[in-house]
Design a protein around this ligand. Sequence first.
Ligand code: MLT
Ligand code: ZN
Length: 462
Amino acid sequence: MNHIQTSASLVVEELKPILGDRLATSNAVREHHSHDTSWLAPHMPDAVAFPRDEDEVVAIVRACAKHGVPVVPFGAGSSMEGHTIPVRGGVTIDTREMNRIVEIRPKDGLAVVQAGVTRKQLNEELRATGLMFSVDPGSDASLGGMASTRGSGTTAVRYGTMRENVMALRVVTPDGTPIHTGSRARKSSTGYDLTHLFVGAEGTLGLITELTVRLHPIPEMVSSAVCAFEDVGEAVQAVIETVQYGIPVARVEFMDEVAIEGTNAYSGLDLKVTPTLFFEFHGTPAWVDEQSRLVAEIASGHGGSDFRWSTDPDERAKLWQARHDIYWATKAQRPGCELFTGDICVPISRLAESIVAAREDIDASFLKGQIIGHVGDGNYHTAYLIDPNSKEELEEAERLSGLLVERALAVGGTASGEHGIGMGKIKYLRKEHGAAVDVMKRIKAALDPAGIMNPGKMGQEG
Ligand code: MLT
Ligand code: ZN
């Protein structure tokens, strides 16, 4: 037994009386927590804890701190860059039993939830209030995980990402101290903005146990449209114009023809196989009508055709479910493959050239790949379908991903718009942030001098 395993068994011994069956060391449970949805190699934790409240998290983190054992936060396991892979073993803290909605305050437009509450669970609970939680990554992720990765989804263009929607947090710091950050007020000028230090820290600075999140009124009217284009560049130009006009679209999503083909097959749609935009408009009936008309005019000016409008909730739900299932639809295009994903974000004026170049790279490669995007934000995903055991394919995906990032950084963009750094994109952190990475490392060292929180990731590497 090496040092970590020995220390981990001391932690397990100490925590068993507190957690009982909610501390697992079986192979099956450890295996389930050894990977996320990325292609990256799995690694098993020594044990997995399922706390129910903050006191239990404090006990776990204190025991780990005492014995120098790594702590890896885990939400729904749907991260896409290896964030939750316990590369140095230790105790994974799975927050799925911390799934209590603590409070909903409709008049203040906020909800307080434990970290393991998922986005769908919260929206289900909100139904009767006329409010919604807007952030919608593809999977039914936990809010703690979404905050940790500064996640977003299809509605960020109108309602913002987790950065804009988290008002306050409770966090257990690496020495086991519970703290709160932020407040229920809409704004504040007090103290360092620790809320937004922990949002996006990917579990390297502490473990989020509770979140206060912003809610939005469910719009009176919702209308969706699908619009087909001849050409990728023209589709994206239509988006750029829409954003530059200041039309407050609620969603505007791009899919290239490869993605449309996969979605048709996986989700039983019959969309024309061509670059396509999915729009959604929110507001009063008159306002939705006005926005739809303006966008239709812009789209037609760029060769957009085959408009399909829908205000029918079931039809819309089917369309957006298909969009959210894109990860599975893509995987199904090559049975047994893993997805190597790109996730860059660029200033909106550079989006068309960026996507066109990414598509040309894929077309010139022997790998199959597709492009989808939250294009209203200037954010898009490439997915390269790889056999993770093929060195040649992995190298090619790395090369394509590298080109993508280089071009994004050259125009003032970022290596990741929403999936985060994890292990998959760590090598780009310094290219993007330069000497600021050393400041990040100093913050990490100050908060977590023993380096136990999600080690081997951001704040230590890069
Ligand atoms: C999405 O936009 O669907 C997610 O970010 C997942 C993906 O990249 O496949
Ligand atoms: Zn996405």
